[in-house]
Structure formats: C-alpha cells, structure tokens
Design a protein around this ligand. Structure first.
Ligand SMILES: [Zn+2]
Length: 73
C-alpha cells in the first residue's frame, strides 16, 4: 500500500484509492486520497522532485525509528 504526505493533515497517511499514473516526463507516480480528510495526495515514484515536509522542531511522541538513507521501493 502506498504512503504519502498529506499537506492538510501535515502527516504521513496511507494513500487510499491509489492509482498509478505516468507523468509527462515519463516518471510514475501514485495518485490517491487522504483517508482522513480526503485531500488529494500525490507520491512520485523514483523521482527527485518530491515535496519534502518541513523539518519538525520537536521529536514526535510516537514515531518508529527510520533507517537513514533511501531504499528502492
Ligand atoms: Zn489528510
């Protein structure tokens, strides 16, 4: 299941009704909706032009440790 960043919730959400799309530049992307607020979410696959959420000043209460670096997905 695809995961993306919801700009409205300001959090990572599971992308529901996700569909794979191919952009003009030939890159694939996942387009779907936020399960919480319904905002359209967009996740670029293997692209560099991915919207990066702002760094959080404080550590989150419950956040699983993520391995550094990016893994091919
Ligand atoms: Zn949302």
């Amino acid at each position: 299941m695809a995961e993306g960043y919801c700009v409205k919730c300001k959090a990572k959400r599971e992308i529901v009704s996700a569909v794979e799309e191919v952009m003009k530049n030939g890159r694939k992307a996942i387009k779907g909706k936020c399960p919480i607020c319904g905002t359209v979410m967009f996740k670029i696959l293997g692209g560099k032009a991915v919207p990066v959420p702002p760094a959080t000043p404080a550590s989150e209460p419950s956040s699983p440790a993520k391995p550094s670096g990016s893994s091919p997905g």
